[in-house]
Design a protein around this ligand. Structure first.
Ligand code: H79
Length: 495
């Protein structure tokens, strides 16, 4: 918008300097038409007026230039040249080291046990949906239990919905009363309670924030997912972004101590809209320079963003049908997926992934240089259903043995394949063999000399030969319940 405005201003200046040309190009209502209308026509001018006109033109030029430079500089160009702060770069490294996070979708929609899209899927009206908060009273919500479960699962951070597409703030917001404190019998701010517990237990907390809003009338013009839910056919988009959204983000970045970052979603609803991203991103980085901006817009990263996400896919895949296959080689990567098939609590979804599937997923993410953000949807009473708890605990158990091959690693030197992946850290390469049943396994050449190889399962040595054309490992056959045979290669230091 700023650029369009800038262009319009430049056209206005040209129009002002050349009245004849402006008559041909200006149109009523456009910026150029507006400036042109202010200008007297040549036939009406005296010599004095001519001088005045010249001064006015120069003045308009200076003002326009200032406006363009100020706005473009602050909103577009400054972000185009975004240089992450040292704190931000450190936070990116820590984020990559963390590898495994807990995603939590929890909102008033949880009451209906039909996922977080129920407002849309049942084509409810705003008036109907307004009743839901009246039933949201999570008497068994216990932040200590949630954070302890994340830790038991080996997860190092939590990303929770501060508000989803229903626009309902699950935190104490002064920007609007459409929030948990003012509209529910619970009356408390669970994000505050959770943030305090996370700080106590040393877990980073990120806030999911939906840019898409099915409730606020100023989310207008509406996007691809809109339906007639009783909102008026008018609204102020700028107010929605600059006052409402940025106002809430300011609250989230001010009232909850240091947070890990903001996880944006929903921009895909209006792909061609001006989302004032530069303004929003600048606000976040100004309030908390270390906070990471993690946008789930399914596109290549834009200036100001700190992490690239992939929804229900590993980086570079697009089985979900909406991910980009271009993968940043600059930014940390994060793949998110669900423990069953749903994000928000779904009472009818029993397609739970087994611990083995979850472990494979985590290994594949790590081997693709990515984190895994694994979702659970707690119940409306605040409890996490036992099917989630037992599976997460099993993954945590597995990680207590294999964590060294995941945490703090980066994608390894060998391209991931059907057989598995590699990760690496310092002078160790972890060969994660997920599917290989023959006794010998060959991998491409590795630059450094391999000085030792052993199986992570029992520390038993693994025979190997290293030649210029590759390394051959004599791998143990998989045990029946072995998800991932990890062979640790120790490399000689390079000279
Ligand atoms: O919060 C969870 C979901 O509710 C949310 N993101 C995760 C983390 C999500 N909403 N929608 N989607 C995920 C799938 C997006 C589907 C899309 Fe489309 C396909 C977006 C654009 C093309 C559906 C069809 C919406 C517009 C057209």
């Amino acid at each position: 918008m700023i650029l369009r405005f800038g262009l319009a201003m430049i056209r206005a200046i040209i129009a002002a300097l050349s009245p004849a040309a402006s008559q041909a190009t200006s149109s009523p209502g456009s910026a150029s038409g507006f400036v042109n209308n202010l200008m007297p026509q040549p036939s009406q001018l005296s010599a004095q007026e001519d001088t005045w006109r010249f001064a006015a033109k120069r003045c308009a030029l200076a003002v326009a230039f200032l406006i363009v430079v100020t706005f473009a500089g602050r909103n577009s160009l400054a972000q185009a040249n975004y240089q992450p702060s040292p704190e931000n770069l450190k936070a990116r490294q820590e984020f990559q080291n963390a590898k495994f996070g807990m995603f939590i979708h929890w909102g008033v929609y949880s009451v209906l046990g039909s996922g977080e899209w129920v407002f849309h899927d049942r084509a409810l009206t705003v008036d109907e949906y307004n009743r839901l908060p009246l039933f949201f009273d999570p008497e068994n919500f216990d932040a200590k239990t949630w954070v302890a479960l994340a830790k038991a699962a080996g997860m190092k951070y939590i990303t929770i919905t501060s508000r989803h597409h229903d626009g309902f703030a699950m935190f104490n917001s002064k920007v609007s009363d459409w929030n948990i404190v003012q509209r529910t019998p619970y009356k408390k701010d669970p994000l505050k309670i959770l943030a305090e517990e996370c700080h106590r237990q040393g877990i980073k907390l990120f806030f999911y924030y939906s840019q898409l809003d099915w409730h606020n009338p100023n989310y207008y013009p509406r996007g691809a997912t809109s339906w007639d839910n009783g909102r008026p056919n008018r609204g102020d988009w700028n107010l929605y972004l600059d006052d409402y959204m940025d106002g809430q983000l300011r609250e989230l970045l001010t009232n909850y101590g240091p947070i890990g970052g903001i996880w944006f979603d929903g921009m895909w609803d209006k792909p061609d809209a001006d989302w004032h991203l530069a303004r929003t991103y600048a606000l976040i980085h100004e309030l908390q320079p270390a906070a990471l901006i993690i946008p789930n817009h399914h596109q290549s990263p834009k200036p100001g963003e700190d992490v690239q996400t992939f929804e229900r896919d590993l980086p570079g895949q697009n089985t979900a049908g909406f991910n980009t296959t271009s993968v940043s080689n600059q930014l940390p990567l994060e793949s998110c997926d669900t423990l069953n098939g749903s994000w928000g609590f779904n009472i009818a979804d029993s397609k739970y992934k087994s611990p083995a599937e979850l472990e494979r997923r985590l290994v594949q993410a790590a081997g693709n240089n990515s984190n895994l953000l694994l979702n659970i949807g707690p119940m409306p009473n605040g409890e996490i259903q036992p099917e989630f708890v037992t599976r997460l605990q099993a993954v945590g158990e597995w990680l207590s043995n294999y964590g060294d091959s995941i945490y703090g690693t980066r994608g390894g030197p060998i391209a991931p394949g059907e057989w598995g992946v590699t990760t690496q850290k310092d002078n160790k390469i972890y060969v994660h063999i997920l599917s290989w049943h023959a006794p010998l396994f060959a991998i491409p050449p590795i630059a450094n000399k391999v000085v030792e190889a052993h199986s992570m399962l029992d520390a038993s040595p693994v025979e190997f030969t290293q030649k210029s054309d590759g390394v051959v490992l004599k791998v143990p056959l998989p045990k029946s319940d072995e998800v991932d045979r990890v062979i640790v290669l120790t490399l000689a230091a390079s000279h």
